[in-house]
Write a protein that binds this ligand. Sequence first.
Ligand code: MG
Ligand code: MG
Length: 269
Amino acid sequence: MIQYKSQAEIEIMRESCLLVGKAHAAVAALLKPGMTTLQVNNLVEEFILDNGAIPSFKNYHGFPYATCISMNEAVVHGFPGSHVLKDGDIISLDIGVKKNGFHGDSAYTYAIGDIEASIQQLLRVTKESLYLGIEKARQGNRVGDIANAIQEHTEKKHGYGVVRELVGHGLGRELHEDPQVPNYGKKGTGAKLKAGMVIAIEPMINLGVKEISQLNDGWTILTKDRKPSAHFEHDVCITSGEPDILSSFVEIEAAEKANSNLTWSYGVV
Ligand code: MG
Ligand code: MG
Protein backbone atom coordinates (compact mmCIF):
# COMPACT_ATOMS: atom_id res chain seq x y z
CA MET A 1 0.00 0.00 0.00
CA ILE A 2 1.34 3.42 -0.94
CA GLN A 3 1.96 5.71 2.05
CA TYR A 4 1.19 9.32 1.11
CA LYS A 5 3.08 11.97 3.09
CA SER A 6 1.79 15.22 4.53
CA GLN A 7 3.65 18.45 3.81
CA ALA A 8 5.06 18.35 7.36
CA GLU A 9 6.32 14.79 6.84
CA ILE A 10 7.88 15.76 3.52
CA GLU A 11 9.88 18.52 5.22
CA ILE A 12 11.14 16.01 7.81
CA MET A 13 12.08 13.66 4.97
CA ARG A 14 13.88 16.46 3.15
CA GLU A 15 16.21 16.79 6.14
CA SER A 16 17.03 13.06 6.00
CA CYS A 17 17.50 13.12 2.23
CA LEU A 18 19.76 16.19 2.35
CA LEU A 19 21.82 14.59 5.12
CA VAL A 20 22.56 11.67 2.80
CA GLY A 21 23.94 14.15 0.24
CA LYS A 22 26.10 15.76 2.90
CA ALA A 23 27.46 12.35 3.93
CA HIS A 24 28.30 11.67 0.28
CA ALA A 25 29.98 15.06 -0.10
CA ALA A 26 32.04 14.59 3.07
CA VAL A 27 33.52 11.38 1.74
CA ALA A 28 33.74 12.59 -1.89
CA ALA A 29 36.17 15.23 -0.69
CA LEU A 30 38.47 12.51 0.70
CA LEU A 31 38.28 9.71 -1.88
CA LYS A 32 41.69 8.81 -3.30
CA PRO A 33 43.71 5.85 -4.48
CA GLY A 34 45.05 3.84 -1.55
CA MET A 35 41.93 4.05 0.63
CA THR A 36 40.08 0.86 1.40
CA THR A 37 36.34 0.61 0.93
CA LEU A 38 36.01 -0.18 4.65
CA GLN A 39 37.66 3.19 5.41
CA VAL A 40 35.10 4.85 3.13
CA ASN A 41 32.27 3.06 4.94
CA ASN A 42 33.58 4.05 8.35
CA LEU A 43 33.87 7.72 7.39
CA VAL A 44 30.26 7.73 6.24
CA GLU A 45 29.01 5.89 9.33
CA GLU A 46 30.79 8.33 11.63
CA PHE A 47 29.34 11.29 9.72
CA ILE A 48 25.80 9.90 9.96
CA LEU A 49 26.08 9.22 13.71
CA ASP A 50 27.68 12.65 14.33
CA ASN A 51 24.62 14.21 12.69
CA GLY A 52 22.10 12.54 14.96
CA ALA A 53 20.94 9.94 12.47
CA ILE A 54 21.35 6.20 12.12
CA PRO A 55 22.52 4.32 9.03
CA SER A 56 19.42 2.77 7.44
CA PHE A 57 21.21 -0.15 5.84
CA LYS A 58 23.03 -1.52 8.90
CA ASN A 59 21.22 -4.70 9.99
CA TYR A 60 18.56 -4.20 7.30
CA HIS A 61 17.55 -7.82 6.66
CA GLY A 62 20.95 -8.66 8.14
CA PHE A 63 23.11 -6.38 5.95
CA PRO A 64 26.23 -5.96 8.10
CA TYR A 65 27.49 -2.47 7.13
CA ALA A 66 26.36 1.17 7.18
CA THR A 67 26.84 1.59 3.43
CA CYS A 68 26.71 -0.49 0.28
CA ILE A 69 29.93 -0.12 -1.69
CA SER A 70 29.95 -1.71 -5.11
CA MET A 71 33.18 -1.55 -7.12
CA ASN A 72 33.45 -1.75 -10.91
CA GLU A 73 31.51 -4.89 -11.98
CA ALA A 74 29.52 -4.89 -8.73
CA VAL A 75 26.07 -3.41 -9.37
CA VAL A 76 24.72 -2.87 -5.84
CA HIS A 77 24.73 -4.26 -2.28
CA GLY A 78 28.52 -4.70 -2.13
CA PHE A 79 30.26 -5.13 1.22
CA PRO A 80 32.88 -2.58 2.27
CA GLY A 81 36.16 -4.33 2.96
CA SER A 82 39.82 -4.61 2.10
CA HIS A 83 39.56 -3.53 -1.56
CA VAL A 84 42.06 -0.73 -2.09
CA LEU A 85 40.86 2.05 -4.39
CA LYS A 86 43.07 2.48 -7.43
CA ASP A 87 43.29 4.65 -10.50
CA GLY A 88 40.62 3.64 -13.02
CA ASP A 89 38.16 2.16 -10.50
CA ILE A 90 34.55 3.22 -10.22
CA ILE A 91 32.91 3.03 -6.81
CA SER A 92 29.15 3.09 -6.36
CA LEU A 93 28.34 4.29 -2.87
CA ASP A 94 24.78 3.86 -1.62
CA ILE A 95 23.91 5.63 1.64
CA GLY A 96 20.72 5.59 3.70
CA VAL A 97 19.97 7.46 6.91
CA LYS A 98 17.04 7.45 9.30
CA LYS A 99 16.37 10.65 11.23
CA ASN A 100 13.19 11.76 13.01
CA GLY A 101 11.54 8.54 11.91
CA PHE A 102 12.07 8.95 8.16
CA HIS A 103 14.63 7.60 5.72
CA GLY A 104 16.73 9.27 3.06
CA ASP A 105 18.41 7.05 0.42
CA SER A 106 20.78 8.18 -2.30
CA ALA A 107 23.48 6.55 -4.42
CA TYR A 108 26.29 8.02 -6.50
CA THR A 109 29.05 6.47 -8.60
CA TYR A 110 32.51 8.04 -8.32
CA ALA A 111 35.41 7.67 -10.75
CA ILE A 112 38.83 7.27 -9.13
CA GLY A 113 41.62 8.90 -11.11
CA ASP A 114 41.37 8.59 -14.86
CA ILE A 115 38.80 6.14 -16.15
CA GLU A 116 38.26 4.76 -19.63
CA ALA A 117 36.14 6.95 -21.90
CA SER A 118 33.55 4.19 -22.29
CA ILE A 119 33.08 4.02 -18.53
CA GLN A 120 32.95 7.80 -18.22
CA GLN A 121 30.13 7.76 -20.77
CA LEU A 122 28.32 5.05 -18.77
CA LEU A 123 28.37 7.31 -15.71
CA ARG A 124 27.19 10.33 -17.66
CA VAL A 125 24.34 8.49 -19.41
CA THR A 126 23.20 6.79 -16.19
CA LYS A 127 23.03 10.14 -14.40
CA GLU A 128 21.23 11.71 -17.37
CA SER A 129 18.70 8.88 -17.32
CA LEU A 130 17.98 9.56 -13.64
CA TYR A 131 17.03 13.16 -14.47
CA LEU A 132 14.99 12.06 -17.51
CA GLY A 133 13.09 9.72 -15.18
CA ILE A 134 12.58 12.48 -12.61
CA GLU A 135 11.15 14.69 -15.35
CA LYS A 136 8.28 12.17 -15.64
CA ALA A 137 7.67 12.05 -11.87
CA ARG A 138 4.53 14.16 -12.09
CA GLN A 139 1.02 13.82 -10.74
CA GLY A 140 -1.18 12.02 -13.27
CA ASN A 141 1.70 10.12 -14.87
CA ARG A 142 2.41 6.49 -14.01
CA VAL A 143 5.47 4.68 -12.74
CA GLY A 144 5.90 3.20 -16.24
CA ASP A 145 6.48 6.69 -17.64
CA ILE A 146 9.53 7.09 -15.38
CA ALA A 147 10.70 3.56 -16.15
CA ASN A 148 10.31 4.02 -19.88
CA ALA A 149 12.26 7.31 -19.93
CA ILE A 150 15.21 5.62 -18.18
CA GLN A 151 15.12 2.56 -20.43
CA GLU A 152 14.84 4.61 -23.63
CA HIS A 153 17.96 6.64 -22.83
CA THR A 154 20.16 3.85 -21.51
CA GLU A 155 19.11 0.71 -23.37
CA LYS A 156 17.51 1.93 -26.57
CA LYS A 157 19.78 4.90 -27.23
CA HIS A 158 23.10 3.67 -25.81
CA GLY A 159 22.78 -0.13 -25.85
CA TYR A 160 23.47 -0.56 -22.13
CA GLY A 161 22.05 -3.32 -19.95
CA VAL A 162 19.20 -2.26 -17.65
CA VAL A 163 19.09 -4.51 -14.58
CA ARG A 164 15.63 -6.09 -14.27
CA GLU A 165 15.81 -7.76 -10.86
CA LEU A 166 16.47 -4.58 -8.83
CA VAL A 167 14.23 -1.52 -8.79
CA GLY A 168 13.57 1.83 -7.15
CA HIS A 169 10.91 2.12 -4.46
CA GLY A 170 8.67 4.22 -2.28
CA LEU A 171 10.43 5.78 0.70
CA GLY A 172 9.26 7.07 4.08
CA ARG A 173 9.06 5.56 7.54
CA GLU A 174 10.24 2.37 5.84
CA LEU A 175 13.34 2.15 3.66
CA HIS A 176 11.42 0.26 1.00
CA GLU A 177 7.74 1.09 0.53
CA ASP A 178 5.32 0.67 -2.35
CA PRO A 179 5.36 1.22 -5.25
CA GLN A 180 8.26 -0.50 -6.96
CA VAL A 181 9.92 1.81 -9.50
CA PRO A 182 11.62 -0.24 -12.23
CA ASN A 183 14.14 1.19 -14.69
CA TYR A 184 12.39 -0.47 -17.63
CA GLY A 185 8.79 -0.60 -18.74
CA LYS A 186 6.00 0.79 -20.86
CA LYS A 187 4.58 4.28 -20.78
CA GLY A 188 1.15 4.56 -19.19
CA THR A 189 1.52 1.42 -17.05
CA GLY A 190 2.03 0.83 -13.34
CA ALA A 191 1.00 2.78 -10.26
CA LYS A 192 -0.47 6.23 -10.81
CA LEU A 193 1.61 9.07 -9.38
CA LYS A 194 -0.13 11.33 -6.89
CA ALA A 195 0.96 14.30 -4.81
CA GLY A 196 2.43 13.19 -1.48
CA MET A 197 4.19 10.10 -2.86
CA VAL A 198 7.94 9.93 -2.26
CA ILE A 199 9.90 7.56 -4.47
CA ALA A 200 13.56 6.66 -4.80
CA ILE A 201 14.46 6.57 -8.49
CA GLU A 202 17.67 4.63 -9.01
CA PRO A 203 18.87 3.48 -12.43
CA MET A 204 21.34 0.58 -12.18
CA ILE A 205 22.90 0.45 -15.63
CA ASN A 206 25.45 -2.02 -16.99
CA LEU A 207 28.02 -1.29 -19.69
CA GLY A 208 27.41 -4.78 -21.07
CA VAL A 209 24.57 -7.27 -20.62
CA LYS A 210 21.61 -6.71 -18.30
CA GLU A 211 22.01 -10.07 -16.57
CA ILE A 212 23.41 -10.27 -13.07
CA SER A 213 24.75 -12.83 -10.64
CA GLN A 214 25.16 -12.84 -6.89
CA LEU A 215 28.26 -13.48 -4.83
CA ASN A 216 28.06 -16.19 -2.21
CA ASP A 217 28.15 -13.51 0.51
CA GLY A 218 24.38 -13.48 -0.12
CA TRP A 219 24.35 -9.79 -0.99
CA THR A 220 26.76 -8.48 -3.63
CA ILE A 221 25.21 -8.25 -7.09
CA LEU A 222 27.65 -8.44 -10.03
CA THR A 223 27.16 -8.05 -13.76
CA LYS A 224 27.10 -11.47 -15.39
CA ASP A 225 29.74 -10.45 -17.96
CA ARG A 226 31.82 -8.66 -15.26
CA LYS A 227 31.71 -5.35 -17.15
CA PRO A 228 31.23 -2.19 -15.05
CA SER A 229 27.91 -0.93 -13.73
CA ALA A 230 26.77 2.52 -12.58
CA HIS A 231 24.17 3.60 -10.02
CA PHE A 232 22.71 7.03 -9.27
CA GLU A 233 19.72 7.58 -6.97
CA HIS A 234 17.56 10.53 -5.97
CA ASP A 235 14.54 10.73 -3.65
CA VAL A 236 11.68 12.55 -5.35
CA CYS A 237 8.36 13.84 -4.02
CA ILE A 238 5.40 13.98 -6.39
CA THR A 239 3.60 17.33 -6.16
CA SER A 240 0.78 19.00 -8.06
CA GLY A 241 3.53 20.81 -10.01
CA GLU A 242 7.22 20.23 -10.62
CA PRO A 243 8.92 17.12 -9.22
CA ASP A 244 10.45 18.00 -5.83
CA ILE A 245 13.89 16.36 -5.54
CA LEU A 246 14.37 15.92 -1.78
CA SER A 247 17.96 14.68 -2.05
CA SER A 248 20.73 16.74 -3.64
CA PHE A 249 23.88 16.18 -5.67
CA VAL A 250 24.96 19.82 -5.48
CA GLU A 251 27.43 19.40 -2.63
CA ILE A 252 28.56 16.01 -3.95
CA GLU A 253 29.37 17.44 -7.37
CA ALA A 254 31.19 20.39 -5.83
CA ALA A 255 33.33 18.01 -3.75
CA GLU A 256 33.88 15.75 -6.75
CA LYS A 257 35.03 18.67 -8.91
CA ALA A 258 37.34 19.99 -6.19
CA ASN A 259 38.98 16.59 -5.58
CA SER A 260 41.80 16.10 -8.10
CA ASN A 261 41.78 12.36 -7.35
CA LEU A 262 38.36 12.04 -8.98
CA THR A 263 37.08 12.47 -12.51
CA TRP A 264 33.94 14.60 -12.41
CA SER A 265 31.27 12.39 -13.90
CA TYR A 266 28.86 14.99 -15.21
CA GLY A 267 26.75 17.73 -13.71
CA VAL A 268 23.13 18.43 -14.38
CA VAL A 269 22.39 20.70 -11.44
MG1 MG B 1 20.04 3.53 -2.16
MG1 MG C 1 17.03 2.89 -2.85
